[in-house]
Design a protein around this ligand. Structure first.
Ligand code: ADP
Ligand code: MG
Length: 572
């Protein structure tokens, strides 16, 4: 009975205060769970409406709801929005003076606020604890909860304090945790570290249907961006770069070309950052050039495109950053500009990052390995010719259609070539030679070349030697590429870049799985070499020049050795 009343109440609050008629997918289940006193874990994509899931119970339940939030700007926005519709809420963070903090806590103790937003660092201060121990706290909502996990990309040690804080409270409040990014590891971490008690878990799926995904490999990224912006006049967009330097340079270029852009990165002063952010939010600047420091929790609904000037270091980051487009549900575009160099720079950044002090809580080697693995998956995204949406969804463990019809690969026309026979030979060659060599050597052997190394390794005497001599090297590389993408093969991340078989490779060898190579019919991929394609014919498959070029990414971890020395020189 009481339960039912609370249910109706939730809908009433939604209508009365927020002006919406219906709950969105997942919201109601979580809200009811919380109102019934049960912990809740909500994994919902950006823009799904996670805030309401704790705001509405916060309004309905007696006592105070504490919302733990990682960013001051986030707190300010939400509190302002709540106040505007007549809900009493406040934030307590470092933007307030000591006196303002005391005053706010005093009001809070008197029961003047229904929701209080607080940064995790604040929880263990004496003043806050005193308040918390003397107030009825009915709920603790942890927003951006992935920050609690070392497996997430925004790990914040201070999030680990939350559970200790909760354990000090005289009565355990109901706990809700919310995030848009959650691989299985992150989800388990959230649940485990926060000690959620048989929570109601809602995972609404990661698909953002209104987003169009595309990967481009332009020769000149600047030109590509200028061109794109010119083609989208009056539209709002974010351009993400991987370094502050790139932000500065691109921003200057845009200004020079007459594009009123704002910029944002961690090297700027607080004032500059918040001014630029506001200029973008209020459409005074339509384009924002930023590092990944920009955007968490920003609720700007009309971002029509997100361009990645550089490939990010993992799919989690990409999904989150690209996901800032189209929060209003209108069609929007996510364009990634790939170059082989992005792989190298990311690898460099990962290695550098892992050498830092803050990482000594876990085995560095394991983290490094994990990050490299993620980088590989991100890189494969740029190479796959299958549905990009499906690729992202699969990454998060969600399986659906194999073709979304709204990404560059689904819209592109491909010629399909069955390369199962050649694949069998390649896989057998790798197996036969003991999985000890790099790709180039394997391919040289298959082509029947006579090099000193092939003789020295005795590959010339193996049964697969010269078996694919009638094919072009580029074509074979493409097949290997495909075998890696399909995870029949993998390349070790150490400096030797040895290519090895995954267990599934047996399926191909034994003829249980087919390998289909897709080659582009249109010339959208021919930009890397600047011209639309003179066909290089290989037996059993035609190949455009750019595809040979892009297949260079195949030697990702080998090519690295050269480029890394370049980068080291630049940095030094
Ligand atoms: P998230 O935190 O999940 O990224 P937000 O809580 O910031 O998303 O909500 C995104 C937008 O969706 C906000 O503008 C919010 O007002 C709107 N919204 C939330 N719930 C609903 C609903 N039930 N119906 C319509 N709009 C909603
Ligand atoms: Mg949010």
């Amino acid at each position: 009975m009481i339960q039912n009343n609370k249910r109706n109440l939730a809908l009433e609050v939604l209508k009365k205060y927020f002006g919406y008629e219906n709950f969105r997918n997942g919201q109601e289940t979580l809200i009811h769970s919380i109102l019934g006193g049960r912990d809740a874990l909500g994994i919902m994509p950006t823009g799904a409406g996670k805030s309401l899931v704790y705001q509405i119970p916060g309004i309905i339940m007696e006592g105070v709801t504490l919302v733990i939030s990682p960013l001051i700007s986030l707190m300010k926005d939400q509190v302002a929005a709540l106040n505007e519709v007549g809900i009493h809420a406040a934030f307590i963070n470092s933007s307030l003076s000591a006196r303002q903090v005391s005053l706010a806590l005093e009001y809070a103790r008197q029961g003047k606020y229904q929701l209080i937003y607080v940064a995790p660092e604040r929880l263990e201060t004496e003043e806050f604890l005193y308040f918390a121990l003397n107030t009825r706290i009915s709920m603790v909502a942890v927003d951006e909860a992935h920050c609690i996990s070392q497996w997430g990309q925004d790990f914040r040690p201070s999030y680990l304090k939350i559970v200790r804080f909760i354990e000090q409270l005289p009565k355990r409040p109901v706990i809700g945790a919310f995030t848009a990014t959650a691989t299985k590891e992150v989800m388990e971490d959230i649940s485990c570290i926060l000690k959620l008690q048989s929570p109601e878990v809602v995972v609404t799926g990661f698909d953002r249907e209104n987003l169009y995904y595309e990967v481009r490999t332009p020769k000149d990224k600047e030109k590509e961006i200028l061109h794109y912006i010119a083609e989208h006049p009056g539209k709002c967009g974010i351009i993400y770069c991987n370094t502050r330097n790139n932000v500065e340079e691109l921003w200057e270029l845009l200004l020079k070309e007459g594009v009123a852009a704002a910029k944002y990165h961690a090297g700027m002063s607080d004032t500059d950052r918040s001014r630029n952010q506001e200029n973008f939010i209020y459409d005074r600047n339509l384009v924002m050039v930023a590092t990944n420091a920009f955007g968490m929790g920003i609720d700007k609904s009309n971002v029509r495109y997100v361009i990645h000037y550089n490939m990010p270091k993992n799919i989690e980051s990409y999904y989150q950053e690209a996901g800032r487009a189209g929060r209003d549900g209108e069609p929007s575009e996510c364009i990634l500009l790939y170059s082989g160099r992005d792989v190298e720079v990311n690898k460099f950044l990962i290695e550098k990052g892992n050498a830092g002090e803050e990482q000594d809580f876990a085995d560095r080697e394991i983290i490094l390995e994990r990050d490299m693995e993620r980088l590989k998956k991100m890189t494969y995204y740029c190479f796959t010719k299958d549905c990009l949406r499906e690729y992202i969804l699969n990454y998060f463990g969600q399986y659906g259609n194999s073709s979304c019809g709204n990404c560059c690969n689904c819209l592109n026309e491909y010629e399909e070539t069955d390369v199962t026979k050649q694949s069998m030979v390649i896989l057998q060659c790798i197996r036969e030679s003991g999985q000890r060599y790099g790709i180039n050597l394997i391919i040289a052997a298959l082509l029947g070349r006579r090099t000193a190394k092939l003789t020295a390794t005795n590959m010339v005497n193996q049964s697969m030697y010269g078996k694919l001599a009638s094919y072009q090297e580029g074509f074979l590389k493409q097949i290997v590429n495909k075998l890696i993408l399909d995870e029949y093969l993998f390349v070790t991340s150490d400096k030797y870049a040895v290519v090895k078989l995954n267990r599934t490779a047996l399926k191909v060898i034994e003829g249980e799985a087919a390998v289909i190579l897709k080659t582009s019919k249109t010339n959208t991929e021919d930009r890397e070499d600047g011209k639309a394609g003179s066909n290089a014919s290989g037996k059993g498959g035609r190949l455009r020049k750019s595809e040979i070029l892009t297949s260079r990414g195949l030697d990702l971890f080998e090519m690295l050795r050269q480029v890394r020395t370049d980068i080291a020189r630049e940095e030094g």
